[in-house]
Design a protein around this ligand. Structure first.
Ligand code: DAT
Ligand code: MG
Length: 137
């Protein structure tokens, strides 16, 4: 079975009308959008999603930001979906992300960096289950 990645356009990307442009990049690469939903993230889901960063000074800001407006949550499928979606997304800090990457083309702010992509196949599974009910995928 082909690999799945969890990808999420963050509130700034949704607010700025970037959903179509971003989905287009995944489709052009050859990755398939198999499930997508515009949804709100509640505090419990946000704290679990960023649990690996809970001791960082910016954790509270991060949780407030991701719960501040709708996100566009996606399941992306295809060969090497996790690694390939991370490559399309680019490095964490948009100010340092190369042109041609999503963060490089659409962001400047490390806190509001447009998009999330799962960083391993195992984490992709956990994140898909966190954001989508079992019936959905
Ligand atoms: P990534 O999203 O590239 O996987 P991460 O998992 O290390 O990066 O961090 C998750 C998010 O936390 C990241 O997308 C933006 C935010 N973040 C990371 N480092 C930060 C910092 N120094 N200041 C503010 N926000 C930060
Ligand atoms: Mg990460």
């Amino acid at each position: 079975m082909s690999e799945k990645a969890f990808v999420m356009i963050k509130p700034d990307g949704v607010e700025r009308g970037l959903i179509g442009e971003i989905v287009n990049r995944f489709e052009k690469k050859g990755l398939k959008l198999v499930r997508a939903e515009l949804k709100s993230v509640d505090r419990a889901v946000a704290e679990a999603h960023y649990g690996h960063l809970r001791h960082k000074p910016f954790f509270e800001e991060l949780v407030e930001y991701i719960t501040s407006g709708p996100v566009f949550a996606m399941i992306i499928e295809g060969a090497g979906a996790v690694q390939n979606s991370r490559s399309l997304i680019g490095p964490t800090n948009p100010a340092e992300a190369p042109p041609g990457t999503i963060r490089g083309d659409f962001g400047l702010d490390v806190a509001a960096n447009v998009i999330h992509g799962s960083d391993s196949v195992d984490n992709a599974k956990v994140e898909i289950e966190r954001f989508f009910s079992k019936l959905d995928y």
